[in-house]
Write a protein that binds this ligand. Structure first.
Ligand SMILES: Cc1cc2nc3c(=O)[nH]c(=O)nc-3n(C[C@H](O)[C@H](O)[C@H](O)COP(=O)(O)O)c2cc1C
Length: 379
């Protein structure tokens, strides 16, 4: 990853037992108090029941990872049309009790857990949602890979959302956030990254509207601003975060013009700073760089940072970013899949299990069976 200076070499021996990195200090994300600076990054694992019901295995999986300062759940659909994948969990009324069980398990293990709300926008199919219309800002289909990432069908050309659709989508998210908080979740994260609905509104490639929700950087930012205002107004901004991947050019939500990119995300940050959000979570390859630090300043909120898919988050990178003040917290993805006790391993410099890519999105294995350090020494 691109950092201006090289991180210090991994400490060895006795030093590890006295790791003085700020990684291990508590902080606050709005109303959420966290014990350390490692967040479990939101990761779709597709182990819910077929009807989107969170189940016992999911409770075990998340509780195993309670030593992260904050767990952010996999992207969870707030309404049927928002669903992106088979076996993705939802937060419909029928799912609330299941999430209460997951949340209790995490809390009993001493952890904190926020739910990522995710609307697929154009990146889904009626066979997955059970809803005739696939909705997006504009009627522009995703051609790049043409097939849906998790299903054999081609994504259809979406219907351009009407103002009534936009109002309903916002209401659906507010109701979902209320259900999640009532189920005991410590916070709500809006998935504004990786080319799903929120980024489809932000990107000029996927938003070619000519009404108030498009046409300019301010227009393209409007939906995300109104959505955050509505959710914050309902459950309290101190429990609400937003995840963004500016300029990632992922799943066709391209943002290739650097001036437009800066203007769009500056508008967003400036408008949302007055809410006092719990945090902004940014996925970007150059986290200490001027762009990310500018957006962080505009939001004036704690920064959870992640470098994205191209490099796997490492212990040294996390320590360096926190200890130089480039971020307030680090979102750790793939190493958290393979190491339920990753904070203990990183604190002591212990070896890590390697994640099995073939079980990321399905399978009986590779979910709740990764061994902990204790299991190694005992077994
Ligand atoms: C299996 C898998 C599923 C993911 N699902 C989501 C998701 O639901 N929401 C999201 O915001 N990011 C998702 N991501 C991205 C991760 O949160 C993270 O940004 C990415 O893995 C890079 O971090 P890492 O190098 O620490 O793994 C996913 C990543 C993986 C590997």
């Amino acid at each position: 990853m691109a950092t201006p200076t090289e991180p210090a070499a991994t400490p060895t021996g006795i030093e590890q037992a006295h790791d003085t990195s700020k990684l291990w200090t508590p902080t606050r994300l709005g109303d959420i108090r966290v014990d350390n600076r490692l967040a479990m990054s939101p990761m779709t694992r597709r182990r819910a029941d077929a009807n989107g019901q969170p189940n016992e295995r999911m409770a075990t999986y998340y509780a195993q990872r309670a030593s992260f300062g904050l767990i952010v759940t996999e992207g969870t659909y707030p309404s049927p049309e928002a669903r992106a994948y088979p076996n993705q969990p939802g937060i419909l009324a029928s799912h609330a009790a299941g999430w209460a069980h997951v949340t209790d398990a995490v809390h009993q293990a001493g952890g904190r857990i926020a739910m990522q709300l995710m609307h697929a926008g154009r990146l889904t199919h009626p066979d997955i949602t059970g809803v005739a219309d696939v909705i997006a800002p504009s009627a522009i289909g995703y051609e790049a890979g043409s097939e849906h990432a998790h299903a054999p069908e081609r994504n259809p050309v979406p219907k351009a959302a009407t103002k009534a659709d936009i109002d309903r989508i916002i209401e659906d998210h507010v109701s979902a956030a209320q259900r999640a908080i009532a189920a005991g979740l410590d916070g709500i994260e809006l998935h504004g990254a990786n080319g799903y609905l929120l980024q489809q509104f932000l990107s000029p490639a996927t938003n070619q509207r000519t009404d108030a929700y498009g046409g300019s950087t301010a227009g393209r930012a409007r939906f995300v601003i109104e959505l955050l205002e509505a959710i914050a107004g309902s459950v309290g901004a101190g429990r609400v975060g937003l995840r963004l991947s500016p300029g990632a050019n992922i799943q066709g939500a391209d943002e290739n013009d650097p001036h437009d990119l800066t203007a769009t995300y500056t508008t967003l940050g400036y408008a949302l700073r007055r809410l006092d959000l719990a945090y902004v979570s940014i996925v970007h390859p150059d986290l200490p760089g001027e762009f990310v630090q500018h957006i962080r300043h505009e939001f004036n909120a704690p920064l959870i940072a992640n470098t994205g898919f191209s490099t796997v988050t490492s212990r040294n990178e996390a320590r360096h970013l926190i200890d130089t003040g480039a971020a307030d917290m680090i979102a750790v993805g793939r190493p958290a899949i393979a190491n339920p006790d990753l904070p203990a391993r990183w604190k002591t410099g212990a070896d890590e299990n390697r994640p099995d890519l073939t079980t990321f999105y399905s399978g009986d294995n590779g979910y709740i069976d990764y061994p902990t350090l204790n299991a190694h020494t005992v077994g």
